[in-house]
Ligand binder design. Structure first.
Ligand code: ADP
Ligand code: ASP
Ligand code: MG
Length: 814
């Protein structure tokens, strides 16, 4: 014999019931088949609502009842041929009348006991099983309807009754022997106590019913037919990429279900496990899908982590105090106090100092638990040996399950490391010594993110997802978005990296799309997006709480630079081409670096110096590998290089500058470049990265622009430069007379930095530096005479965007 159990969604309406019938009748082998069914989807919830409406004297329960009756009558009418409907229609009506009388009683008394509630909800399974039985009969299939209330005997713990297996097994086998049949139809969920009062087995309990019959009858298999294609690596409602688990052991399945995998009701496994009956989880809506096989051994399976599950609605209770150290019996008293009040303990951890015990319980029991524990320890609390119980709520347990994890070191490191990198704070940890499960308690608001992070780390062979938020949609931003779009497929195929741009903001608007912005259309989407400032953008990024988030600043805006701290604190990495943060006061720069360290995020700004050239990365590598920087000499302004490469006195200096601006090689205010400020910032950033505490005021600037050029507007600056043409001409002539070129050079040596115009002779590395190129010379212990040279285009939106892009990829690879 086999037992097939069909859940609420499988029997939710006539169409689905037809699928169930097809599955039952397509069973090829000559087994007898016992079919256990749940109530039609949603009916149990509805019956509970009706009961509570009636109990609170709200007469809308009548309309609800009416609708419920119609739902079942409609199913009968759609399933059975007209000539055969009447008996079942009247049976449904009869059940509904009885149900109504009970509800009327509750309404009049304004009282609802759990016993009455069990009676009320039992109609869900009674009705569905009767209707399906009638459908089989209408097809000429003989069946025996089984009243579970006669066979499954429980205690009187209504709504969550415990089964008396000795009597139950006896009754089931006797009854089945006395009533031979090929098909049986059995209502799930319901049972009765010895006095014959209806009881129920707990929400989701039809799975358990299936298992009880399977074990009592010693069947060859239990099949649980539901609405997903098997037990999955995680709840598919939380993780879109969850995959069906082909093969899993009883213990693992039990562990996953105990830790919240709703697919199977936790007590279900034990009876079938004891009898070694294999359990299949199958999909009613995709019967050919393989599903999951649960049995004793899972040899040959490679995944040492089998699944991830979670239980929300958890409170943590912490009992702490110096009076607990070394004195036996404290934990016993704690657990006794909780047990006496029927508070179920879900998770326990105790620090090895014995200074504190921490237990996780259902949130619903919190007040009761606090009261009883404080009472049990009132003497110790009064005498200061123990603190009053500390309670934290709104928590969730996330559990990683797999029998083979004991032979794989580093699982917990990987688990906690990846949660930590994503800013998920872990409140408590428990690992059973059997090592089938590692659990962490986290804030409920983080659960979706946490499960996705863990799923990605332990199961995702296809890709890791990076969620990118970009501030700035100007020159560099547009190029960056184009590069990301062009490279997306390559990254997915070659690096297993899915780069999703989830947010784009300019100075006025912010566009956000959880599933990723369509990069073909980002301009028009952003144009029609809602108005938002940077603070709102940041608030939305934090609220989305997506895993592997990175914030990219491609603006030159001070307000944007100010938000990095708030993001790093949430473990969101920051990639900036904006130089403002790194060139602000040393303390602020340091603060950001230490926040990044503290919260396991990256703060990367390679493009602050030399655009896309690998300057900062190289410097970091030198230092990390033990080299010492003695001197840096660099031409760091693509703009100034461009200007002095194009100026030979034949065309006015002011015009050359304007041309540089038109071609996009200057800051919006070109005086930042011409006055040397931009170069000062860059050499300061290099000095700081080399370990030097340095501020802008400490840098010597040998200005070559006359002071008058700095006064007034940008236009005035151009007029003033034109007036000063002889000054520029003289600078040029003096250098030419020596056979030298003019270059604006930054120097860092002995802890001091300076910038200024220098005469560069043909023997210098800087002499052959054309266009907007930058050149950086690192003189170090390892490169004492011949410096390490980095040379190439040091300005331009394309190269800057590619440097930013490279930083983004660096974030993905931590
Ligand atoms: P039924 O009504 O058939 O008993 P349930 O709703 O009780 O079905 O259980 C099936 C649901 O369990 C799925 O639709 C899915 O949303 C949820 N679920 C939670 N965790 C898992 C998991 N690890 N694997 C599969 N489904 C899961
Ligand atoms: N109908 C019951 C419930 O909804 C039992 C079940 O479906 O397993 O909880
Ligand atoms: Mg279920």
């Amino acid at each position: 014999m086999k037992v097939l159990k069909f859940g609420g969604s499988s029997v939710a309406n006539a169409e689905n019931i037809q699928k169930v019938i097809d599955i039952i009748l397509s069973q090829k082998d000559n087994h007898a088949i016992a079919v256990v069914v749940s109530a039609m989807g949603g009916v149990t919830d509805r019956l509970l609502k009706i009961a509570s409406l009636a109990a609170s004297a709200d007469d809308t329960y009548k309309t609800e009842l009416e609708e419920l009756e119609q739902k079942h009558l409609t199913a009968v009418r759609s399933l059975l041929p007209i000539q055969q409907q009447s008996a079942t229609l009247s049976l449904v009506k009869q059940h509904c009348n009885e149900l109504e009388s009970i509800c009327d009683g509750v309404y009049l008394l304004k009282e609802l006991s759990l016993r009455t509630q069990d009676k009320i909800v039992s109609f869900g399974e009674l009705l569905s099983s009767r209707i399906i039985a009638a459908k089989l009969e209408s097809l000429g299939v003989q069946q025996q309807w089984v009243d579970s209330r006669d066979l499954i005997v429980t205690n009187s713990n209504h709504s969550n009754a415990a089964v008396d297996f000795a009597i139950t097994n006896e009754r089931i086998s006797t009854w089945f022997k006395a009533n031979p049949s090929t098909y049986y139809l059995i209502p799930g969920f319901i049972a009765a106590n010895l006095a014959g009062h209806t009881t129920t087995l707990g929400r989701g309990g039809s799975d358990y019913t299936g298992s009880i019959y399977a074990a009592a009858l010693g069947v060859s298999a239990l099949e649980i037919w539901t609405d997903v294609s098997g037990m999955m690596t995680a709840d598919p409602r939380l993780v879109t990429n969850a995959k069906p688990i082909e093969h899993i052991s009883y213990q693992e399945a039990m562990e996953l279900s105990h830790f919240g995998a709703k697919i199977i009701y936790p007590p279900t496994i034990l009876p079938v496990m004891l009898k070694k009956i294999p359990v299949w989880i199958k999909n009613t809506f995709e019967p050919t899908a393989k599903g999951t096989l649960i049995e004793s051994h899972t040899e040959g399976a490679n995944d040492f982590i089998r699944g991830i599950s979670s239980i929300t609605g958890i409170s943590l209770l912490s009992l702490e105090g110096s009076g607990m150290v070394g004195i036996p019996g404290f934990s016993k008293r704690l657990f006794e106090a909780l047990a006496n009040e029927q508070v179920n303990v879900i998770l326990i951890t105790q620090s090895s100092s014995e200074h504190s015990i921490c237990v996780g319980i259902n949130e619903a029991d919190t007040l009761k638990a606090k009261r009883v524990v404080d009472y049990a320890f009132s003497y110790e609390i009064q005498t200061g040996k123990v603190d009053p119980l500390v309670v934290e709520t709104n928590l969730t347990i996330v559990a990683l399950v797999g029998e083979q994890m004991k032979s794989h070191p580093g699982v917990s490191g990987k688990m906690f490391g990846s949660l930590g990198r994503n800013g998920i704070n872990i409140r408590a940890i428990a690992q059973g010594s059997s090592e089938k499960n590692i659990s962490a308690v986290i804030a409920t608001k983080d659960v979706k993110k946490a499960i996705n992070v863990l799923h990605e780390v332990f199961f995702e062979t296809s890709y890791k997802q990076l969620n990118v938020f970009i501030a700035g949609a100007g020159n560099v931003g547009s190029k960056l978005l184009a590069q990301i779009q062009q490279q997306q497929l390559f990254l997915q195929n070659q690096l297993n990296l899915q780069v999703r741009v989830v947010g784009i903001a300019n100075s006025k608007k912010a566009l956000l799309a959880d599933q990723g912005i369509l990069l073909d259309e980002w301009q028009s989407l952003l144009a029609s997006a809602s108005v938002s400032g940077i603070d709102e953008f940041v608030a939305q990024i934090q609220e989305k709480n997506l895993r592997n988030s990175v914030f990219v600043d491609v603006t030159a805006n001070e307000g944007v630079a100010k938000v990095y701290g708030r993001l790093l604190e949430k473990s969101i990495s920051v990639v900036a081409c904006n130089k403002i943060a790194c060139s602000s006061a040393y303390d602020e720069y340091q603060q950001l670096k230490s926040l990044a360290r503290e919260y396991n995020a990256l703060f990367l700004f390679e493009t602050n110096v030399g655009a896309g050239l690998p300057v900062i990365g190289t410097l970091n590598d030198l230092l990390r590998s033990g080299d010492k920087v003695n001197k840096i000499k660099a031409v760091l302004s693509g703009t100034l290089n461009y200007v002095f490469n194009h100026y030979d006195g034949s065309k006015p200096f002011a015009e050359v500058v304007r041309q540089a601006q038109t071609e996009g090689y200057t800051e919006p205010d070109p005086r930042l470049d011409l006055g040397g400020t931009d170069v000062m910032r860059k050499i300061m950033i290099l000095a700081r990265e080399a370990g030097q505490q340095m501020e802008m005021e400490q840098i010597e600037n040998r200005y070559f622009l006359p002071q008058s050029c700095f006064e007034g507007s940008v236009e005035h600056f151009y007029t003033e430069m034109a007036k000063q043409e002889p000054h520029f001409k003289a600078l040029f002539d003096k250098a030419s007379a020596e056979g030298a070129k003019l270059k604006f050079v930054a120097t860092y040596e002995n802890g001091r930095a300076s910038v200024g115009l220098e005469h560069i002779l043909p023997s210098s590395d800087f002499y052959h530096l054309y266009g907007k190129d930058n050149l950086v010379l690192f003189y170090t212990d390892r490169y004492p005479e011949q410096p390490l040279v980095i040379k190439g285009a040091g300005a331009g939106a394309d190269v800057t965007a590619s440097g930013v892009f490279a930083d983004i990829i660096r974030v993905a690879r931590i």
